[in-house]
Design a protein around this ligand. Structure first.
Ligand code: CMP
Length: 139
C-alpha cells in the first residue's frame, strides 16, 4: 500500500558545496512535509549496506567511496504520491539528462555527485527510512 512517504539523502557534494539550504527550500516549496531529518556521515560499511542492491553494478565501489566521503542529510518526506512527485522534483539520475528546474539540473555535477537520492518505490522508501530513523525520530 502506498504510504505517501519517500526517503531522501542530500549527498556529500550538496553538503560540501553549500547547497543544503537551497535544496531544502525547493523540497519545502514543492509541498513536502519533513517527517524525520538528520545530518550525519556514513561509514564505508554503512554506505555499502545502504546501496547493497547495487552490489553487482560496476559503479558500486565508486558509489560507496563517494557516499562515505563527507556528511549527508537523510530525511523522510511526506506528500501525496511522494515517490513519483519527488522523483519528478529531483530529475534524472544523470544531471546532464535532468529536466530544467529540477534539483539535479540546478545543483548536481555528475552521475555520482548527483546532489540527492530519492527512493524508487514504497518498499525501498520504508527500508531506507528504517536504515536511518527509529519510530521515536519520526514526527
Ligand atoms: P541514487 O539515486 O542515489 O541511487 C544509486 C546511485 O548510483 C545513483 O543515485 C547514482 O549516484 C549512482 N550511479 C548510478 N549510475 C551510475 C554510474 N553509471 N556511475 C556512477 N554512479 C552511478
Amino acid at each position: 500500500m502506498a504510504t505517501n512517504r519517500t526517503f531522501t539523502m542530500l549527498k556529500p557534494d550538496a553538503a560540501a558545496n553549500g547547497y543544503i539550504g537551497g535544496i531544502l527550500k525547493m523540497i519545502n516549496d514543492a509541498g513536502f512535509r519533513i517527517v524525520a531529518m538528520k545530518y550525519t556521515k556514513l561509514s564505508a560499511e554503512a554506505a555499502g549496506k545502504f546501496y547493497e542492491v547495487h552490489k553487482e553494478r560496476p559503479f558500486y565501489g565508486e558509489l560507496v567511496t563517494y557516499m562515505s566521503s563527507g556528511p549527508i542529510v537523510a530525511a523522510i518526506l511526506e506528500k501525496e504520491n511522494a515517490i513519483p512527485a519527488f522523483r519528478t522534483l529531483i530529475g534524472a539520475t544523470d544531471p546532464a539528462k535532468a529536466d530544467a528546474g529540477t534539483i539535479r539540473k540546478i545543483y548536481a555535477k555528475s552521475i555520482s555527485a548527483n546532489a540527492v537520492h530519492g527512493s524508487d518505490s514504497d518498499e525501498n522508501a520504508q527500508i531506507e527510512g528504517n536504515f536511518f530513523f527509529s519510530e521515536l525520530e519520526r514526527f
